[in-house]
Ligand binder design. Structure first.
Ligand SMILES: Cc1cc2nc3c(=O)[nH]c(=O)nc-3n(C[C@H](O)[C@H](O)[C@H](O)COP(=O)(O)O)c2cc1C
Length: 302
C-alpha cells in the first residue's frame, strides 16, 4: 500500500493529485500515462455546446496568467457519449466539472451524469446566474444555498462545490455549501483581474476582465484553504498556483486532502507527476505513514 493512497467521500484514490479543470486535456498524455494520477477531470461542461469568449482571451502576468476562455466546450451529451467513457479507460476516477446559467441547467446536467461512470461531480459556481442579474452563483450565500441543495436532491454522485475566491468571507461561503449538503469543497477558482495595453489604452482581454491563476495566486489560495479547513468538516481539494511538491505539502498542511494542479502544467507538463514523486519521497524520508496524516497539520500562531 502506497503512502499516497487515500479515500475521500468513500472513493479510493491512488494519490491526491488531480489536474485542474480546463487546464487538462488529452495532450498531457504525451508526457505521462493518466493512470498515474489520483483522478482525471473534465473541462467545465454546460448543457449545450459553447464557443467561449472572443479573443484575446489569455494574457501574461508576472508568475501567472489571466484567462477569459468562457467555458468553451462541446456540451454534456458529447461529454457523456465520448469523453467520459474514454477517460474511464485511462483512470478509474473521472470527475465531471460542470457549469450552468440557471439552477435548472445544473439539475439537467446532473440528472444526465447520474447515468454515467463519473466518480464525482464538481460544480463550478463562478459562472454568472442569469436569473440574478448575472452575479456569479458563488458570490451570493442565497444562490449557493439554493444551487447546492437543489443539486443534492437529484444527484446520485458525491458533489464537490468549487468556491470562487472573489468574495469577502470565504469561510461563510464554504459553510453554506456544507450546510446545503456539499460532500466536498474545492478552492480556489481564478481571481477576477485585469491587464491594460498602454499603447492602445485597451484591456488586453477582449472581455476586459479575466481570471488570474498560476503561482501568483498561491498564497491567497493557501490562506483561503486554511480558513475553510477551520470552518467545515467535509474534505477540501486545494487548488491555486501549486507548481512543485513543496507547495503541495504546504497546501496539504493548510487543510487540503487532495490537490488540483492547473497553470503549472502549461510551463512544465510533467508537474502533476513530479509532485506525486516528490510527495512520496517526502513522506518516506520523514517516516509519515500516510499523506492524510499531514492534512491540516499547520500549527497556527496563537
Ligand atoms: C485556461 C483555463 C481554463 C479554466 N477552465 C476552468 C473550467 O472549465 N472550470 C473550472 O472550474 N475552472 C477552470 N479553470 C480554473 C482552474 O481549474 C483552477 O481553479 C485555477 O486555474 C487555479 O489553479 P492554478 O493556479 O493551478 O491554475 C481554468 C483555468 C485556466 C487557466
Amino acid at each position: 500500500m502506497s503512502r499516497l493512497n487515500l479515500s475521500m467521500c468513500n472513493i479510493k484514490f491512488n494519490n491526491p493529485i488531480i489536474p485542474a479543470s480546463g487546464t487538462f486535456g488529452f495532450g498531457l498524455m504525451d508526457f505521462f500515462p493518466f493512470d498515474k494520477l489520483g483522478a482525471v477531470i473534465t473541462k467545465g461542461t454546460t448543457k449545450n455546446p459553447k464557443l467561449g469568449n472572443p479573443a484575446p482571451r489569455v494574457a501574461e502576468t508576472p508568475k501567472g496568467m489571466l484567462n477569459s476562455v468562457g467555458l468553451q466546450n462541446d456540451g454534456i451529451d458529447h461529454l457523456i457519449e465520448n469523453i467520459i467513457p474514454y477517460y474511464k479507460t485511462l483512470n478509474p476516477n473521472v470527475i465531471a466539472n460542470i457549469a450552468g446559467e440557471t439552477i435548472e441547467d445544473f439539475i439537467q446536467i446532473v440528472e444526465k451524469l447520474n447515468h454515467s461512470e463519473v466518480s464525482m461531480i464538481e460544480l463550478n459556481i463562478s459562472c454568472p446566474n442569469v436569473t440574478q442579474g448575472g452575479m456569479a452563483f458563488g458570490t451570493s450565500k442565497s444562490s449557493i444555498k439554493t444551487l447546492v441543495s437543489s443539486v443534492k436532491k437529484v444527484s446520485k454522485k458525491p458533489i464537490i462545490v468549487k468556491l470562487s475566491p472573489n468574495v469577502t468571507n470565504i469561510s461563510e461561503m464554504a459553510k453554506i455549501a456544507e450546510d446545503s449538503g456539499a460532500d466536498c469543497i474545492s478552492l480556489i477558482n481564478t481571481i477576477l483581474s485585469m491587464r491594460i495595453d498602454i499603447r492602445t489604452k485597451k484591456p488586453i482581454l477582449r472581455t476586459n476582465y479575466g481570471g488570474l491563476s498560476g503561482e501568483a495566486v498561491f498564497p491567497i489560495a493557501l490562506r483561503m484553504v486554511n480558513q475553510v479547513y477551520n470552518a467545515v468538516k467535509i474534505p477540501i481539494i486545494g487548488i491555486g498556483g501549486i507548481s512543485n511538491w513543496k507547495m503541495a505539502v504546504e497546501m496539504i498542511m493548510a487543510g487540503a486532502s487532495m490537490l488540483q494542479i492547473g497553470s503549472a502544467t502549461f510551463n512544465q507538463p510533467t508537474t502533476p507527476i513530479d509532485i506525486i514523486d516528490g510527495l512520496e519521497k517526502y513522506l518516506s524520508e520523514n517516516n509519515i505513514d500516510n499523506i492524510t496524516d499531514l492534512t491540516g497539520s499547520v500549527v497556527l500562531w496563537s
